[in-house]
Design a protein around this ligand. Sequence first.
Ligand code: SF4
Length: 368
Amino acid sequence: MSKQLIYSHLYAWYEVNRRNLPWRETEDPYAIWLSEIILQQTRVAQGLDYYRRFLARWRTVEDLAAADEAEVLREWQGLGYYSRARNLHKAAQQIVEKASPATGDSSLFPRTFEEIRSLPGIGDYTAGAIASFAYNLPYPAMDGNVYRVVARLLDIDEPFDTSAGKKLFHKEIEKLLDRENPRLFNSAIMEFGALYCTPVLGDACATCPLSEFCLGYAHGTADLLPVRKPRPKVRDRWFDYHIYLKPSAVSHQPSEVYTLIHRRENPKDIWYHLYEFPCEELNNDPTAAGGPTGKAGLTAKRSYSNAVYECTHTLSHQRLHARFIIHKVNELPQIEGTIAIPLSALDEYAFSRLTLRALDTLRTSLPH
Ligand code: SF4
């Protein structure tokens, strides 16, 4: 297989088909890093908005480091996987702390793969992407699209998401990488996987610019690749959220209504440091025969006539069954860890996507 020929076919395809994305037009490592973190687990169309907003609000890594974590989470709201935002903020602070005393120039983003890789929230892929896109350093950037293209080109049926599989794929991409032009190579192969050699191939192989080099196509296995390890079982959880509504006692604000929220404080659980309404987690399905048991100490089937919103929300390894229950009260109950806020201030807090969905639906049932 001639690598030079692969490069020329791949680059010719890329030249014609590449999307104009703002992070492709810059060599600023900060902007590239932002885009890479935002685009993990996020579609480009959705990520674009967030990228522009983050960059407009925090133009440099110093600006981001100086922000409050709560502000960053608030801006991240709706993207999910909030640990990405927390790590982004933590990494910005580390970069500024390290750069300032030694260089007097806190805008200096790390310049080596190892330094970039050592930042919170940055794995091999992201470090390779920043090192190659910003500095044209010869490191591969293996995202899901690249794994797929490499698996098919080389007909590799080893699961790519095991440590042995990762090693094997890494060895192969190291051999394939264009060391003269890593920025172009990584951009082109990622785009090729995203737009052409997609999970469902259809007739793509017949007219593919790389078909003459593709072992998966030659062996008739391309459609079956790449192979993943078996997925872990999804865990079900049941949450009852209680939305307490209490009219204000302040006479000059007759229409202001107060509610309770609290911040999730378990770093090992989902949505660390995000806000939500007081939440009661049940150990099993509260609507099933026998009813909920366990944490809430309940044994009878529980139903709420005032449960105004119910939904299922799926995360990578958890399926959440949520009910939002409205309670109109004269006094807000005393619940440890909660704070009372006016409903009009809800927008100032970062909530999970699940709670935002509920709020969207409930907006008409809540007082304005
Ligand atoms: S021939 Fe098919 S499987 Fe091979 S690289 Fe092209 S599109 Fe992908």
